[in-house]
Design a protein around this ligand. Sequence first.
Ligand SMILES: [Zn+2]
Length: 347
Amino acid sequence: MSQAIHPVPEPSHKATARCESCGGTALRVVLRDEIWTYSGARGPAEYRYDFLGCAGCGLGFVYPKPDAETIASLYEDYSFYAFDPEAPRREAASLKYRLARARHAALARPTAAARFGAFVPALFEWASGRIFTFTLGLPPNLSKAARIMDVGFGRGAWLLTMKELGYTDLAGYDIDANNARANALREAGVAIYCGPFVDGDFDGRPFDLIRLEHVFEHLADPAAVLGRIYTLLKPGGWLVMNYPAHHNPLFAQFPRAWGHADFPRHLYLHSRRSTRRYLEQAGFAIAGLRLYGDPLALAQTVNIGLLGAKNRIPRPVFAALAPLYALFCRVAGAGDLITVAAHKPAA
Ligand SMILES: [Zn+2]
């Protein structure tokens, strides 16, 4: 963070750009000459980039990639992760988690009554387009004693919700975890780690599951992080991730207004094909990979992109239409988010 970079990268760098996933050079400029301004170590600084799309594997990426100081500046004022101590209890009691728990219970003890009780949650899960009981974020056969890490835990709500649901061996990683929400997690008995992820030892005990929820698209070196995750998992251990998808009609129509177009914080928008490449190159076996629809992103895109104001159509209207949108995406095999479950092959 000590080195300031002030030179603005040349905008016409396309000729030298290369896709990191497949090595392809057939690249399309999706957004040109975008500018991120920030207060650099030596005064106001500017980082200029394009957003490119690879014709080969479908990966979208910010180019040139920002350096460490610029990346740090992206998160200086990131109030999105404000800590709400009441959120986990609320979350754990929410309909979505109640449905997911009924589903887990039925899979753990498949009696006729349990199966009947899980019918509605299973239908809900299918319609929303998520794999397994991904409303909970966990494969169903995972024991309550499983060692689980949330990489990029953000608000920490998911970890505390898991605690609330009876999971005992929980860990959270974030790049900078020295703050109120990290302390609240520590007090709840969650092991907290920070610093460079790839150098992390995490107490040397392997994990049963590692989760990245809206994190993969932020990683400056996704291949290195996936490689490290692979070594941290037990044989048979799971990696589960959700993140924005490059190819979806909302982004194609409104590349700036789309709810997940958070460039340059989002350094990548992945495709199914680029996801497959990254995971298989790291050694993972893919158990499920699909697109699903995010009604809140639809709300933001319509309001800002189409109607020009944030709450022109109020959110409750979209909330009411959300199941229909999710179902439409499920049936069409489309959506603006990717959900993926992969495991490290058993030895
Ligand atoms: Zn590519």
